[in-house]
Ligand binder design. Structure first.
Ligand code: ADP
Ligand code: MG
Length: 459
């Protein structure tokens, strides 16, 4: 078949799939040839391939066959590696990566692109590694992505930085668009929501703003803690939220903490956010980190075919870098880039050299002072009261919480902890620790506090 024929077929497809779909998915397809009933195309990424396969392969086959080519299958080869090595942080990488043309979600209903944020083509369910700490969040995200009847609204995902919230949200968006291209899916950060809102106010286009946000089928707002304290934005968010829930439209929200823990967020919004399913992503455990590293290393191994990686290196990293997945990924990227530059095997020694700074930072020990500061902040008391002599319950209890966490999270002895709490006796510390342990069995608020504080301190 000649390229002219493919050109003709493309033109036919253009009239069938709509302009946006054509520009995004069909135009970039490069036909390599036909062989034994299989049509071969070059595509920029594997995600692109999946999408076209799911959504357009039937139509492509139909057109090929109606022009007399006996084709039963389409196959795609990915032209450029989907995982370019770059030192840039992932958050910026969308800018300097040769992005496939899937940047923005487009709606098939209206020709206007929705004013959403760019989606990262690599943040799919396929590339998400599931483990104990994130299995619930993953399952809930999967459920939403099925686009069945809305069973919980909103889905509220929360957890520390770099644990996969944004990844899961993008995965939902990709999956929804692949399954149901007609759905209007809008993903954006709370910051972008505010920015659009403020601009609409300024340009007196608030009606347009409202209409756009009320006409989507699925709304996803990332990092919603950002709008805390921003009153008019909160107000607008609340109305948008309610309007969509009333229409039974799915909403997905993420934040760095549970709805009730977001200071400066109106009560009515907090309680609205709690109405659906609230799931948290826990800090990674060793198995999950190992799984993620293995998956990423596999990708790099294919890219740097002649690089060897010594046994034990991956395990070493999973063991030593416990902060978050973003740091883990950055470490691996740097390691492979470095090893390929110097042309050496990735040994344990090279790893320690190359990642000295990251390993040192991960080693950082939590101090008693940090614990005191965070606990004081959390309970809204003065740091000086934490250490001082006051015995009022609303001060004594947080103090005991700090003592308990100091015992749990640092290797310090009771007398050492006592010294840091204004020279208290070790028996006082022991009493404080016991008191908290005792209360934990009955006081669920206290348990929530401890969970959050641990997360903040260890995240
Ligand atoms: P958050 O939004 O929670 O701060 P991100 O979703 O941006 O975190 O994740 C940070 C990085 O870690 C991303 O590159 C993401 O792909 C990766 N990541 C996080 N969790 C996982 C996971 N379970 N499997 C694979 N990659 C993950
Ligand atoms: Mg995020």
């Amino acid at each position: 078949m000649t390229n002219d024929t493919w050109g003709l077929i493309k033109a036919e497809l253009a009239t069938r799939v709509g302009n946006n779909n054509y520009v995004t998915w069909i135009e970039p397809l490069h036909m390599r040839g036909l062989e034994a009933g299989v049509a071969h195309f070059d595509v920029p990424t594997s995600f692109f391939a999946n999408w076209v396969q799911r959504n357009f392969s039937e139509q492509i086959l139909g057109h090929l066959n109606s022009r007399g080519h006996e084709v039963s299958r389409v196959e795609f080869s990915v032209l450029t590696p989907a995982h370019p090595v770059s030192g840039a942080a992932r958050t910026n990488s969308a800018v300097n990566r040769p992005a496939p043309r899937i940047g923005r979600l487009r709606s098939a209903v209206s020709d206007e692109p929705l004013p959403g944020a760019a989606l990262d083509g690599r943040f799919t369910f396929d590339t998400f590694v599931v483990g104990k700490p994130n299995e619930l969040a993953y399952a809930a995200a999967r459920r939403v992505a099925e686009a069945g009847p809305v069973t919980f609204n909103p889905l509220f995902l929360y957890g520390g930085v770099g644990l996969g919230k944004t990844h899961l949200m993008h995965a939902i968006a990709h999956e929804l668009q692949a399954r149901q291209p007609h759905l209007r899916v809008l993903y954006l950060s709370a910051e972008q929501f505010m920015y659009r809102f403020v601009r609409a106010l300024r340009e007196q286009q608030i009606m347009d703003f409202k209409e756009i946000f009320r006409s989507v089928d699925v709304l996803m707002v990332d990092d919603v803690q950002f709008i805390a304290g921003k009153d008019s934005t909160q107000e607008e968010f609340f109305h948008t939220f309610n309007a969509l829930v009333d229409q039974n439209k799915q909403i997905v929200i993420s934040a760095d903490r549970a709805p009730g823990e977001i200071k400066g967020l109106e009560d009515r919004i907090q309680s609205r956010l709690q109405c659906g399913l609230v799931v948290d992503l826990h800090p990674t455990d060793y198995e999950l980190r190992l799984g993620i590293l293995q998956k990423k290393a596999e990708v790099y191994r294919q890219q740097y075919k002649d690089l060897k990686i010594a046994p034990g290196v991956i395990e070493f990293l999973a063991h030593r870098i416990t902060t978050n997945v973003r740091v883990l990924e950055g470490a691996l990227t740097r390691l492979f880039a470095f090893a390929s530059l110097v042309g050496r095997e990735i040994s344990l020694e090279l790893t320690q050299d190359c990642l000295a700074d990251i390993l040192r930072a991960s080693d950082r020990k939590l101090t008693i002072e940090e614990i005191q500061r965070k606990v004081a902040e959390h309970y809204n008391i003065r740091l000086s009261d934490m250490i001082g002599p006051k015995r009022l319950r609303n001060i004594a209890r947080p103090r005991q919480v700090a003592m308990y966490l100091a015992k749990q999270l640092t290797p310090r002895s009771l007398p050492e902890i006592g010294r840091r709490f204004g020279g208290r006796d070790h028996t006082t510390i022991m009493h404080g620790v016991r008191k908290i342990e005792e209360l934990m069995s009955t006081d669920s608020q206290l348990n929530d506090d401890l969970l959050l504080l641990r997360r903040l301190l260890q995240g």
